[in-house]
Design a protein. Structure first.
Lengths: 449, 486
């Protein structure tokens, strides 16, 4: 059924179970995770193939639990000698570290021995010839789009297909596996005028090839973005409202979610300490998690401990209802695992406040800054201090006046979350996160004067 | 240190023996790889093992061990590269990988090598780092003791330090490069990184400090004094940041301290002088070789041959010994960093900057140890010259947009300077600029050149590598500072 993989689900499950069994013979409880991925990738530029890649990867990771201590080891080989070495190394580590009662395996009754397994694989053509056709088509269309505007030049067009297998076994008899697929396409466009050059791109990523954006959509969006960034200049320093396009808004949502992970919470590296039951964002905001969305980019039936997640509210009316916990971070915080040992599943930010499409969001912004790209900066996880160098658009009376560069934005994450006035209906999916554009009432723009 | 002479033997025994491969098998595989008439073709074998220990909450409860290996096969026709890789390096899998490349090339057999390629070229040894294995489990007790000392000493430094996390990661990477021109070269690359993060709390304020040490060595490369300095750096940063005021915003003079702030030149100049960006006419410095791009006195060097540094390489990942490349000399753009592919297409020679994250990634022109050379100014005079501005001593990385030359980086330790004096620590200042503009505004260069402590990493097209950056204290007359004070 698969197009790229060279190993079977059965082989992976057997390797995982062998590792657990060998650890058991040494008196340890254990958990083994085995993966195999295969990738094909073609990049085309100026009508020529620039790189053509075909690759296969694999790994086996084992964690043993012995007398209150834990040891982890991994290998790229699945043969018996490699698995024996991994068991040996994991046991050696468990013999050296100090005990940690919170580091034990989860109770067997917490494991998802059965239960829903969301569809993560779609059968699509993924061979090098298919990708070559796709990349050539994108490149040809991008060159056509660029030919209509003397300021544009087509950059590379890339088609990538990935298929993966994952199996997990534990000494409680848990053994499940999952087959995954991923298709991605992107086109780069360069724009140049007397003021200088700029490049931008547009990407589409799905678990099935026929759901991808068309080559025309990608080329046109990349061209619009690159052209729209020409003539950029700084603005004077000021406080003003700021509208984050969906692709940067998703990064802000990711920072909020990151502050609610068990690791950030128990290490006290979160700008939202002790958040459960506390209003941390504007009261019109909800954040919902769904592990089971069919073909979702961050869907999964269980995490790397074998625990299932659940569809649930993370934020309701701006109040935190859930964290992203593993059994380890859960114990550290006196809570139960939420099945998030590998981070968050699909997240969707929604708002009950007034909203609209992109044009309406610009009207709600009125006069202010649209952020189209974060160029680099930092969020201090302990204090929430947030600064970014950004690229964007200056807007007056709801209309774009000119492109903006050489400015910074500064704030604190807690103030920004409380300052969200609206979330647009221009929703995009960026990996695990779905959000529309985010309008924040008042931020500090650092510019020329 | 015989890092080179032993390396080829170590590489053979670590990679070929366990996989049942010999030189004849590699020669045959290369013959097939080059059979489509490629301009050049190479195989890159790699085995890596890594051991880590982690401390949190006062206890060393975490340990890990990773071992992986694989081979990458590449064939290039002009600018077109076909590439495949495999985690299995036994002869059958190696030949499958080579055939995958030939399939991707979509060329028939144009050149036959029935006997394979004669592997008769070698490279000289080096003494940049020892061919040691830093991953030995026998060092576990010593490392765990060091981590515990870091915890105790950091807390003893200041009662406001409420949390310490520390870890050590030792990596042993052995590579073997063989190409269709007959080269067979190996390198053994030890690396150990010790790092720590602390949190300080006082009066409801929380602040973070971080520091680390990276060496191309094992346990014996870590002396007590260096570890003491690391602990003092992290705790000082966290405690200072407790009292930090919002950074000013706007255009102002900036003084950058010695060492890691050299990431400015890595971002503002270095990436723009990687040859692939020039071949594709993407760099803001395209076509400017021989032109003045910086103020007089500005000399920037990339040198992969500095003993013990994380950016140093006995051979690069294409088997070429790294050069000391003058990128900018007294303000004039003089050189680019080349790998084999781009050098071949640009009628230049490789400068030994062909690097890859692993066998599963394609090599590209990448920096090694990149730094701004010393000037003559006294660092104290440089700070004293500022009427109102920012003095930045530690950054948390940086980025550059190659096409526009715009770069930025964010301070994690910086001070507001008024009338030549440090007034108060400031938090979260993002410095932004355009490479060629910032270079022209360098007005004072100190005499205290230092390289970073061994924690610098560099990302490019999704590949991450260890590098070194460095500079002396210097003054840039005009930079945009973005902070939270309006």
């Amino acid at each position: 059924m698969t197009r790229l993989l060279t190993q079977t689900e059965t082989e992976l499950r057997e390797a995982a179970q062998l590792a657990v069994e060998l650890a058991g013979r040494r008196g340890a409880r254990a958990r083994a995770s085995v993966h195999h991925d295969a990738v094909a990738r073609i990049a085309v530029r100026d009508g020529e193939v620039e790189t053509a890649e075909r690759s296969g990867g694999q790994g086996l990771g084992l964690t043993v639990f012995h007398e209150g201590r834990r040891g982890s080891a991994s290998t790229a080989g699945f043969d018996r000698a490699a698995v024996e070495r991994v068991v040996e190394e994991a046991m050696l580590i468990a013999g050296h570290v100090q005990p940690d009662p919170d580091a034990d395996m989860p109770a067997a009754d917490a494991l998802a021995f059965s239960g829903p397994a969301p569809l993560l694989y779609a059968d699509s053509p993924r061979g090098p010839e298919t990708l070559l056709d796709a990349a050539n088509t994108m490149n040809r269309i991008a060159i056509g789009v660029a030919a209509a505007d003397s300021r544009l030049r087509a950059g590379e067009s890339v088609a990538v297909a990935t298929e993966g297998l994952w199996a997990l076994a534990t000494s409680d008899g848990f053994c499940r596996s999952a087959l995954r697929s991923n298709d991605a396409r992107w086109t780069v466009m360069l724009a140049q005028d007397e003021g200088g050059g700029i490049s931008d791109f547009c990407q589409s990523q799905e678990r099935r090839a026929d759901a991808l954006s068309s080559a025309e959509q990608l080329a046109k969006a990349a061209a619009d973005r690159a052209r729209g960034a020409l003539g950029a200049r700084s603005v004077d320093s000021r406080r003003c409202p700021v509208l984050f396009e969906p692709r940067v808004a998703a990064i802000l949502v990711g920072e909020l979610a990151g502050a609610l992970t068990g690791t950030a919470q128990h290490r006290r590296m979160s700008f939202l300490p002790g958040p459960i039951g506390r209003g941390v964002a504007a009261a019109h905001l909800d954040l919902h998690e769904d592990p089971f969305e069919p073909l979702g980019l961050a869907s999964g039936g269980f995490d790397s401990e074998g625990i299932a997640g659940s569809p649930r509210a993370i934020l309701r009316c701006g109040v935190v209802e859930g964290l992203f916990l593993s059994s380890f971070t859960g114990r550290k915080l006196g809570l139960s695992s939420t099945g998030n040992a590998d981070g968050y599943y699909n997240l969707r930010l929604t708002s009950t406040a007034e909203s609209g499409d992109w044009a309406e969001m610009l009207r709600m912004l009125g006069a202010g800054l649209v952020v189209t790209q974060f160029q680099g900066g930092k969020t201090d996880p302990a204090s929430g201090n947030w600064t970014q160098a950004v690229r964007g658009l200056w807007v007056e009376d709801g209309q774009v006046v000119h492109a903006v560069t050489d400015v910074t934005l500064a704030g604190t994450m807690p103030a920004m979350l409380n300052g969200v006035r609206a979330v647009g209906r221009d929703v995009e999916r960026l990996g695990a996160i779905r959000t529309g554009s985010i309008l924040i009432d008042d931020m500090l723009v650092g510019g020329r004067a | 240190m015989n890092g080179g002479a032993l390396a080829i033997d170590r590489a053979r025994s670590a990679l070929l023996g366990p996989a049942g491969l010999d030189e004849a098998a590699i020669a045959r595989a290369l013959g097939e790889l080059a059979g489509g008439g490629a301009d050049f073709a190479d195989l890159y074998f790699e085995t890596t093992s890594m051991r880590s220990w982690g401390l949190e909450g006062g206890r060393v409860t975490q340990g890990g061990f990773v071992m992986r290996q694989g081979v990458g096969a590449r064939a290039a026709h002009a600018g077109q590269v076909s590439f495949a890789h495999s985690a299995d390096i036994r002869e059958g899998a190696l030949l499958d990988t080579v055939r995958a490349v030939r399939t991707l090339e979509r060329r028939g057999e144009t050149r036959r090598h029935p006997q394979g390629v004669a592997l008769n070229r070698r490279v000289a040894g080096h003494d940049l780092y020892p061919a040691v294995d830093p991953v030995a489990v026998e060092d576990a007790g010593a490392w765990i003791a060091i981590l515990k000392r870091i915890d105790e000493q950091a807390r003893a430094h200041d009662p406001r330090i409420v949390r310490v996390d520390a870890n050590v990661r030792a990596t042993d990477t052995t590579v073997l490069v063989a190409d269709a021109d007959g080269l067979l070269a190996g390198d053994v690359r030890p690396m150990t990184i010790l790092s720590m993060v602390v949190i300080a709390e006082h009066n409801g304020q929380r602040a973070r400090g971080q520091a680390g040490l990276g060496r191309r060595a094992g346990l014996d490369g870590f002396d007590a004094a260096s570890i003491d300095t690391m602990i003092a750096t992290a705790t000082r940063m966290a405690v200072n940041n407790l009292d930090a005021v919002p950074a000013p915003a706007g255009e102002m003079p900036v003084v950058l301290g010695p060492g890691y702030p050299g990431v400015l030149f890595h971002e503002a100049v270095g990436h723009g002088l990687e040859a692939d960006h020039h071949r594709k006419h993407l760099s803001a410095f395209d076509g400017k070789v021989g032109e003045r791009i910086a103020a007089p006195g500005v000399t920037v060097i990339d040198d992969g041959g500095i003993a013990g540094r994380l950016g140093s390489l006995g051979i690069d990942d294409e088997g070429v010994a790294p050069d000391r490349t003058l990128l900018v000399e007294d303000g004039v753009l003089t050189g680019l960093m080349q790998d084999r592919l781009n050098a071949g297409l640009m009628n230049a020679r490789s400068t030994g900057n062909g690097r890859r994250q692993s066998y599963a990634h394609l090599p590209m022109p990448r920096m090694t140890n990149t730094f701004l050379a010393n000037g003559a100014a006294d660092p104290a005079d440089i700070i004293a010259s500022i009427d109102r501005g920012v003095y930045a001593t530690e950054f948390d990385g940086g980025q550059v947009d190659i096409v526009t030359g715009r770069f930025n980086f964010t301070t994690i330790e910086a001070w507001l300077v008024e009338k030549g004096r440090l007034v108060a620590p400031v938090r979260g200042a993002t410095l932004i600029g355009v490479g060629h503009e910032a270079l022209r505004h360098v007005s004072m260069i100190g005499n205290d050149l230092a390289l970073d402590s061994g924690m610098a990493t560099c990302g490019k097209q999704g590949q991450s590598l260890h590098v070194s950056v460095g500079q002396p204290t210097l003054r840039i007359d005009r930079m945009m500072v973005g902070g939270q004070a309006g």
